[in-house]
Design a protein around this ligand. Structure first.
Ligand SMILES: [Zn+2]
Length: 293
């Protein structure tokens, strides 16, 4: 009798962008309700989920490896053990992809939220999980999350989950942190600040030859709803209006040019294009690509 598989295959997928290879690494997913959404009629948002055959909000969490010019970067690090047991699988999926975390020379952070930065440091022993990596992020991120005055304005949950969690994960890298405002931050990778979700939230444009990939960070958290209602935001957007403006700007840019996108909260393996549909948009996931050349 053939035994049924008892475990899922690894959440890893390669996509070539010119001479660069980008690998989606799944961290897992976070389940919840739509109560965290803002600036949207929740009845309509729930209908959008149902129309997409999703009984509830499932937020996929991804990180992306970038092999470029003999170097190796990881964009975001997943959620470590800070959030739900259904997430925190970046290390396991890196191993499945044959990647030794010691070989990663750069960690690019889209922003300092726990589903992105909580995979940096093992808090049980203070060890860096990427011991040879330089940590690279927008200068507004540590400026905001390490600011006690800003922290005092936040409620207790946000202080713990965003300010303190971010600080303890990032601080061990303080002697190997590089801050940017914009520009090329890794070979073939340009920072595209997309401020609002957090003060330094940044997308990364990967370009090689005529190929491009926009890793758009947290442009969306609930793709089924926010492509229908681009003004819809999240309770944990630092600046709801700026986040919505940044999202609309990003949607315009990638849909007008048909740019391949990937995101931290697009469903695995995330590589998609965004099509304009009158006042709304639709994400079209790319078909599986076997070839690596
Ligand atoms: Zn996020």
């Amino acid at each position: 009798m053939a035994a049924q598989p008892a475990q899922q295959i690894p959440g890893v997928y390669h996509r070539k962008i010119g001479d660069i290879v980008v690998t989606a690494i799944s961290d897992g997913y976070l389940d919840g309700t739509l109560d965290v959404m803002r600036n949207v009629d929740l009845t309509k948002a729930e209908q959008a989920l149902r129309d997409a055959f999703r009984p509830a909000r499932r937020t996929s969490v991804n990180a992306f490896l970038i092999h470029s010019k003999g170097r190796l970067a990881l964009v975001d690090t997943g959620s470590g053990n800070y959030l739900q047991p259904s997430a925190g699988f970046v290390q396991r999926n890196l191993a499945a992809a044959g990647i030794d975390p010691k070989s990663i020379d750069t960690v690019l952070l889209t922003h300092m939220h726990p589903d992105h930065s909580a995979g940096l440091t093992d808090m049980t022993n203070g060890q860096l999980l990427f011991p040879n990596a330089e940590l690279v992020m927008h200068e507004n991120e540590p400026a905001h999350w390490f600011d006690d005055g800003e922290m005092a304005k936040a409620d207790e949950r946000s202080q713990k989950l965003y300010f303190l969690a971010g600080r303890e994960q990032v601080a061990p890298y303080r002697n190997r942190t590089r801050l940017f405002r914009q520009g090329e931050v890794f070979p073939g990778v340009t920072a595209v600040p997309s401020l609002g979700h957090t003060p330094g939230h940044t997308a990364f444009l990967v370009a090689s030859g005529s190929d491009q990939l926009m890793i758009w960070g947290d442009t969306v958290h609930v793709p089924e709803v926010q492509t229908m209602y681009p003004e819809a935001g999240m309770a944990f957007d630092t600046d709801l209006a700026a986040a919505a403006a940044a999202r609309k700007h990003m949607f315009d840019r990638v849909s007008a040019d048909g740019v391949l996108v990937a995101g931290m909260h697009l469903h695995v393996p995330a590589f998609s294009r965004l099509a304009r549909r009158r006042d709304a948009y639709a994400l079209i996931p790319e078909a599986w690509v076997h070839g690596m050349d």
